[in-house]
Design a protein around this ligand. Structure first.
Ligand code: KG4
Ligand code: ZN
Length: 342
């Protein structure tokens, strides 16, 4: 089965062609970062309008890249939620309409299931069961995964998501949106040990997260060292970025280890935009190595939003026989553990 995957849940238009036998054939991404940059965050209405402009040309491009004709496409998968409703509606409406016109089935894919399965696109994919740490701009979740659609929520953020915390800390340091990659780059020049930020909730039992205290701590540290322009000097900014990143990474690593010990599982996968963070990857490799566990992740381009993960997840569900009615249903909120098992 060969599927066309469409991702439009937020500020990236992602398209991919995935073949159940041959694997990923082509993928392309158009990022709206520049469009939203001057607003310091994603403007939903602008995002929808840009998806409308970019989606069809991107589909044509990806089809041409892998030499696929419309007759070669057996089904269409689009992100149906969670995400920005207007943005989701663009991909869902176009995906459903194309499927209708081509006489093929279409399925709406859960964006976080897409992230969760993204490591499966790599050369040596993890085997079920495993624990998944989902860390994106909107979600921070620890999930026990027995198979596709068999998700048990172990813990999640009580306030900000990890990616959101990165974005807010970046804003305090006058860095562009999305802030994660900028904080990571600045942190490389930071002085280890100059600041030590609190690791939220690690002293409490359980697997939930909270990043709002760390956010306040960061804001206070910036204010304490601010100069006349309202920002600390360059080195201090780097030192703050370093301390902030260490605190987030340290917290995530402790909880991941705890989740593995609690479930008795030996495999962790990390997925979502923050899983592109190299410090997180090395810290997890070190922490899990000590308990004989292994960590898997996707290439950086498949950690952040992309069409390939949607094509992959949708293809698995379609191959298992899942079918949906013609009605276009998108959901701003959609609990991951409400999905049907395969
Ligand atoms: O998964 P994603 O692309 O979109 C959502 O589904 O939310 O995640 C985006 C988030 C943003 O908050 C961004 O700052 C963060 O992932 N991010 C990073 C890195 N790359 C992206 N955070 C830390 N380090 C990175 N290298
Ligand atoms: Zn995402």
């Amino acid at each position: 089965m060969r599927v066309l995957g469409i991702e439009t849940s937020c500020d990236e238009t992602g398209v991919a062609i995935y073949d159940g036998e041959r694997g990923l054939l082509a993928h392309a991404l158009y990022s709206q970062i520049d469009l939203h940059a001057e607003y310091g965050g994603v403007v939903p209405e602008l995002a929808s309008r840009d998806h409308v402009r970019k989606l069809l040309p991107l589909i044509e491009q990806v089809m041409a890249e892998c030499g696929s004709q419309k007759e070669d496409i057996d089904a269409i998968c689009y992100t149906a939620g969670p995400g920005l409703i207007g943005a989701l509606m663009v991909g869902a409406s176009l995906g459903r309409a194309l499927a209708y016109a081509w006489g093929v089935p279409a399925v709406g894919v859960h964006h976080m299931e897409g992230h969760l399965l993204a490591p499966m696109l790599e050369a040596s994919p993890p085997a079920f069961p495993f624990v998944a740490l989902l860390v994106s701009g909107g979600h921070t979740q620890l999930v026990a995964v027995k198979g596709i659609g068999q998700y048990e929520m172990l813990g999640e953020s009580l306030d900000d998501a990890a990616g959101e915390a990165f974005d807010k800390a970046a804003k305090m340091l006058d860095l562009d949106y999305p802030g994660g990659p900028h904080i990571a780059r600045l942190a490389e020049r930071g002085t280890p040990g100059r600041f030590t930020f609190p690791r939220p909730m690690v002293d409490r039992p359980g697997l939930d997260f909270s990043f709002s205290g760390l956010k306040t701590y960061t804001l206070n540290t910036v204010a304490e060292h601010a100069q006349v322009d309202g920002l600390p000097d360059e080195q201090t900014c780097a030192d703050i970025a370093h301390a902030f990143q260490e605190a987030v990474v340290g917290t995530l690593a402790i909880k991941c280890r705890r989740a593995l010990e609690q479930t008795g599982l030996k495999t962790l996968i990390i997925a979502g935009g923050v899983s592109a963070n190299t410090r997180l990857r090395t810290e997890l490799e070190a922490a899990l190595g000590k308990i004989g566990a292994r960590v898997y992740y996707a290439r950086p381009a498949f950690c952040t939003d992309n069409g390939a993960m949607i094509a992959y997840a949708g293809c698995q569900r379609l191959m298992a026989g899942q079918r949906e009615s013609l009605a276009v249903n998108v959901k701003a909120r959609w609990p991951l553990d409400s999905l049907p098992p395969l």
